[in-house]
Design a protein around this ligand. Structure first.
Ligand code: ARG
Length: 588
């Protein structure tokens, strides 16, 4: 359904045109002086120059045309030439009632027939998930859900780091610990055991041990590099170990992501890109796009207008080893073949900025991706501790994701138990739901590219711009609705009625922006816009609630109208938090 701003602009445009001016001047925005009006049009100011008239005269003419229009309760021309607008309560109520009757709260299928690959998560196999992977998982999940809601065919791919040096490190560490394993017997001809020679617990210990060792022990590091190289060239016994690592690690990763409410359609990784790489390199060479430079194979990516000099993209190192960029290009070739996406969205730490500029430019330059296909890199800022440095454990190590989640759940649990209205068991379940909201909202409410401070105290607070505050609003509405029903209320009117107070109107105006907010949050890949919207909506609900006796209202029709209104608030909030990737508990 049409956005409310567009509906209003249509009226204004028609009025400008009738008065003999270009309709384009009828643009409308939300008012930046809510004390004076709800919406405003500044078109008369621009028209004044073109038509050599006083802005206030033009505004006055347009306003005269609009007086009496059903849409407005107030239309004023004010100096030097603003047009101030207030919507009529009837119009606003009708708009919301239409919104309720529509599927998806009046949000249109803007994405129909369009396929979007969202590449997020990016966990590295056999390495523990740590907070650095948190943002990309949370933001990606939200973008995927939001796009899907708008009708896009969203394909979420975790793009695992499953082809790097960590594999060689594990193989060599394993050789030293268990030399008797058949993988290390050159004469063994297979088949290799089905069972992995380690559990996830052991694997979690093996990798950091091997990684630490490689930093002190050059010979060990060289062995690990050699093993990685052999694995990448298809050496059977190492492929067998690699499969074990993948199976054991993937099961654990899936569990971890699931606990964050994060899922993927594809569990592909860098290894899946490898079959495409020889053809890719050959193609780039044959077409003269790639050339040798100091033993490496590179593609120039600098373009006219670049503000700084961008180094060429290295496709193959002098030692022949596979590279991160090459894997990403191979993956693009595979994605084009399998899905023909209309858009790509990658979500990673902002330190990968140059990498993605290089990959995108090579992909376009070589024509692997159509020139008009948007390739977006959402660059995440860092999650910092209170000291302003990347978040660490108390001991100064890298914080594991599981541990972080436990800490936040614990903090919420303590808060709930302060009031002691729940059994410890219910409190624990509720804390998990609220904890996830606190964590995700704490992240998503910031602009993606900005760093933010992870502040458990603030994130878990039930007041202010936090996840728990939004949940609290939903729970409060649920309880009003339940009491209404318990008292035999059967909403006699099914419609939202025109507002009878400033608070009701403000709440209704906020609601009417829902479709616009969701569409622009996706178009601008800006989840924080959804957070800002539901925060303001929750506040507007709070003021309405404080000023209105909803259940004590004696006029049953009016009461039923309120019930319809807050039901819509609940639906909008629930839809939005689902898009953000969390849910509300029954009580809190
Ligand atoms: N595994 C990478 C890392 O941990 C992130 C992968 C992001 N996706 C991509 N297509 N490169 O940094």
């Amino acid at each position: 359904m049409k956005k409310i701003l567009d509906c209003i602009a249509e009226e204004l445009k028609a009025a400008f045109a009738v008065c003999g001016y270009d309709a384009g001047y009828g643009k409308v925005t939300l008012s930046n002086r809510p004390d004076l009006c709800e919406y405003q049009c500044n078109g008369a100011m621009a028209a004044a120059k073109a038509y050599r008239k006083k802005p206030i005269d033009i505004a006055g003419e347009v306003v005269a045309r609009l007086k009496g229009a059903d849409m407005f309760s107030e239309v004023n021309a004010v100096m030097p030439g603003f047009i101030n607008l207030r919507l009529s309560g009837e119009y606003l109520a009708a708009y919301l009632n239409r919104m309720r009757a529509e599927d998806k709260l009046g949000v249109e299928d803007t994405g129909r027939d369009r396929t979007v690959i969202v590449d997020y998560g990016g966990a590295n196999v056999a390495k523990p998930l740590h907070v650095g992977h948190l943002r990309t998982a949370i933001i990606g999940e939200c973008i995927k859900r939001l796009g899907r809601f708008l009708g896009y065919h969203m394909i979420g791919d975790v793009h695992l780091g499953d082809w790097g040096l960590q594999m060689g490190l594990i193989i060599e560490e394993l050789r030293d610990r268990q030399p008797e394993l058949p993988y290390f017997d050159e004469n063994y001809k297979g088949p290799y055991p089905e069972e992995a020679p380690f559990t996830i617990g052991e694997l979690e210990e093996i990798y950091p041990a091997a990684s630490a060792r490689s930093k002190a022990d050059e010979a060990f590091k060289a062995r690990a590099q050699e093993a990685t190289f052999r694995l990448q060239n298809g050496y059977g016994p190492y492929r067998a170990i690699w499969k074990h690592i993948m199976n054991v690690s993937l099961a654990d990763l899936k569990k971890n992501y699931a606990s964050l409410g994060v899922t993927f359609d594809l569990w592909k990784g860098e290894s899946d890109a490898q079959p495409y790489i020889p053809g890719l390199i050959q193609d780039l060479q044959e077409r003269g796009l790639a050339y040798e430079s100091e033993g490496a194979l590179v593609v120039d990516i600098a373009q006219e207008g670049d503000s700084k000099e961008l180094p060429p993209c290295i496709i193959r190192k002098s030692d022949g080893a596979a590279l991160y960029a090459t894997s990403d290009l191979g993956t693009i070739i595979e994605r084009e073949k399998d899905y023909r996406p209309d858009q790509y969205i990658y979500i990673t730490d902002k330190r990968q900025e140059l990498h993605f500029i290089q990959v995108f430019r090579v992909a376009k330059k070589a024509g692997y991706v159509k020139p008009e296909t948007p390739m977006i890199h959402m660059m995440c800022g860092t999650m910092n501790g209170k000291d302003g440095k990347p978040f660490k454990t108390r001991e100064g190590g890298v914080m594991r994701l599981e541990k972080l989640v436990k800490e936040i759940d614990g903090a919420v649990y303590d808060r709930i138990m302060e009031n002691r209205t729940m059994t410890p068991e219910e409190a624990e379940n509720t804390a998990r739901i609220i904890g996830l909201a606190a964590l995700k909202y704490g992240d998503l409410s910031n602009q993606v590219s900005k760093d933010y401070v992870f502040d458990i105290e603030r994130f878990t607070s039930f007041e202010g711009n936090t996840g728990p505050y939004i949940l609290y609003t939903i729970v409060r509405i649920k309880s009003i609705l339940a009491r209404y029903e318990e008292n035999g209320g059967r909403a006699e009117v099914v419609d939202i009625l025109p507002p009878d107070s400033e608070e009701a109107k403000n709440l209704m105006l906020k609601l009417s922006a829902c479709n616009e907010v969701l569409e622009s949050a996706f178009a601008e890949t800006a989840p924080h816009k959804i957070c800002q919207f539901i925060y303001e909506l929750s506040d507007a609900f709070g003021s309405f609630y404080n000023s209105t006796m909803i259940l004590k209202e004696e006029d049953e029709t009016k009461k039923a109208g309120y019930i319809q209104l807050i039901t819509l608030v609940k639906e909008v909030l629930e839809t939005c938090i689902d898009l953000l990737g969390f849910e509300a508990p029954e009580r809190m």
